[in-house]
Ligand binder design. Sequence first.
Ligand SMILES: [Ca+2]
Ligand SMILES: [Ca+2]
Length: 574
Amino acid sequence: MFRLTLVTCFLFVAWTAAVNVNWYKNIIVYQIYPRSFKDSNGDGIGDLKGITSKLEHVADIGAKALWLSPIYTSPQVDFGYDIANFTDVDPSYGTLADFDQLVAKARKLKLKVILDFVPNHSSHEHPWFKKSIQRIKPYDQYYVWRDAKIVNGKRQPPNNWLSNFGGSAWEWNDVRKQYYLHQFAAGQPDLNYRSVALDQEMKNVFTFWMNRGVNGFRIDAINFMFEDAKFRDEPDSNRTDVPKDDYDSLDHIYTVDQNETYDVVRSWRKLMDEHSNRTKSDPRLILTEAYTNHDNTIKYYNAGSNVPFNFMFINKLSNESTAEDFKELIEKWVKSVPKGSVPNWVVGNHDNHRVGSRFGVQRAQQITQLSMVLPGVSVVYNGDEIGMVDRNFTYAETVDPAGCNAGPTRYFLKSRDPERTPYQWNNSTSAGFSTNSKTWLPVHPNYKTLNLEDEKKVYYSPYWQFKTAASVKRQPVIARGSLKVNVYDQKLLTITRTLGNDVVVSLFNFADEPVTVDAEALPLLSNMVVHTVTGDSESRRGILVSTDSLTIPKSSGVMFTTPNLLWSMDEEDV
Ligand SMILES: [Ca+2]
Ligand SMILES: [Ca+2]
């Protein structure tokens, strides 16, 4: 009996030790856009086998988790965000068996796998929608259907709501004789979370993928899940710079950010925690995508999201912003994060121009360095780590529905094709993305000189600057150290992290000219060394900090650390 108890105790300890409840709190999440990452069979479209063959790269740059944009069965009206089967893989990307192999290899590399989860809508090709059209129970309630409004004997949509991709958000169905709501493309009918059966159906999707080893979900467009139950018209935004059928012409008070959204997230948190407890596995990560105001974003933490995306580097800051602008917004965010949670910093994604195009190639590296030195989760988009930039598209080349619907004079304001071009692995055919010279989106012509293979050979390339900056993310001083944000001489933003004897100081020059400062005015210790530099800084790694004056080159960032942090990183063979 005594022996049995001892064994039981031992097992219990082994279990609890194996579960790491804080695994996600200080990591880099790397977003992979599957269509554009790596093509394994030469059809010009990226796929799962291709991704699996390149997972070493994800581990190499220091990421601990990869998030895959949708891989599910889809007619590809919106390149995978229109899903016809939430629990299978699209044939152009591979099979469920390929996915299992991807997860198995990720495990070996100690990478967590995060899937995109698209709750707002399915594809119009989904069997649920086909049954909903036929009014077959319970599917009849799975989508948002409304009768037409008859004006002067003519059929009109039930209200004035507009689609994100332009035009009415309502589409007539001649079989059901009703309109269905689509906040995005007409091929993406909105799901109805007021249907209990639908709500459960989507929970089953989470369970399906958790059982396959998925460690978390990035929830797409979460703030679109609910609409006003009374279907009231939305007021005019009074913008004179957009056409009447443009999404931005209305003030969206009834179609986004409804309170019920947070209740659903809470129920998902519970579902995932129960699954993790039952299977004695690390907690599942929830990342939520909502382009909304600060307070609405922070509320997702309390509902159970671990990473309510912080888009400040995308929609609040630009290369026009000052050091003071950065300081103010960073402090506001950090202060708002509830106790026990961590901040997050989104550098880029597949829906916005690349960081290298938004800030310029050189200043983009300031942004990635900032995201590493600040506490919490850094979210980077594939290609950011090698400094990829947008490719300009003609209207004829445009395939993104957001761009196509905007028409030939406005497509470039809406299209997301420029940031979705294939990953640039080397200088061979199609940048090493595919053996096919014709790819689903054209490769950026700069791949001959801008590619991973070549950057690995050049020490001060974006790749090396990213990798060295990323290496501090793993240090306790970044996870738990104190944070001080300061501005010197209006041009210099300084981030200071301190934990015991470990100190990290990053200096970012926001001016277009070098800034020379009295080193004594800065929070630098005399024994600090250069850890990482961006741009054309003459500082070299390992050089001791100057005790008198210090010159930071224009638009660049220099990170100093106490010497032990540099050495510990070198031991990891960076
Ligand atoms: Ca392929
Ligand atoms: Ca919706």
